[in-house]
Design a protein around this ligand. Structure first.
Ligand code: ZN
Length: 191
């Protein structure tokens, strides 16, 4: 088990689009060990997800997991998911407003518009094809992580900078209203 250092906003690695991973590379014990470290680091930092370039490795891999996360108490659970070379395609035109934070953007949250339904095509860590649909708040988490792999941060998508706030002020002034909105989204999309 190894915990990796998480790159912070301002480091160029977060702004470079990542490269795809070849199947032969994915299968190596070294790369499988890296995926284990990425998962351990996400869990240790209590993230809902973590992209490889957030730990200074510019490859198209991210991990996602939500299990009663205290950082995001209102988020529906997501089983551990490893995405290799993911491609997201929005389904329909519906969007929702998500209040996001990021392990690479310390103590800052803001409102971002996300697609409510997506098709995800990727490989899992064994190289098997993933082709599935995700909806609602969970779809927001997948978009956040895949944005990282394209060199984007959630801040780039904050359309109204007046929504930016620290975690403390979020809890004080915005969490209750947002948790109510999340419940409505979860009721509508099932996740
Ligand atoms: Zn992030």
């Amino acid at each position: 088990m190894a915990f990796l250092q998480i790159a912070q906003i301002g480091h160029p690695v977060l702004r470079q689009p990542t490269r795809e991973v070849e199947k032969e590379e994915l299968e190596t014990p070294a790369f499988q060990g890296f995926i284990d470290d990425l998962i351990d680091t996400m869990r240790e930092a209590r993230g809902a997800g973590l992209a490889a370039n957030q730990v200074y490795r510019s490859v198209r891999v991210c991990v996602i997991e939500v299990h009663n996360n205290p950082r995001y108490p209102y988020k529906p659970n997501i089983p551990l998911t490893v995405l290799v070379n993911p491609k997201l395609t929005p389904i329909g035109n519906e969007t929702f407003e998500n209040f996001e934070g990021c392990l690479s953007v310390p103590d800052m949250r803001g409102v971002v518009r996300r697609h409510a339904e997506l098709r995800i095509q990727a490989l899992d860590r064994q190289g098997n094809r993933i082709d599935r649909t995700v909806r609602g708040i969970t779809a927001g988490t997948f978009q956040h992580e895949c944005d990282h792999l394209d060199g984007m941060l959630f801040l780039d998508r904050v359309h109204d900078t007046r929504t930016l706030c620290t975690w403390k002020e979020f809890a004080r002034h915005h969490e209750q209203a947002f948790a109510d909105k999340v419940r409505a989204i979860v009721n509508q999309y099932g996740s």
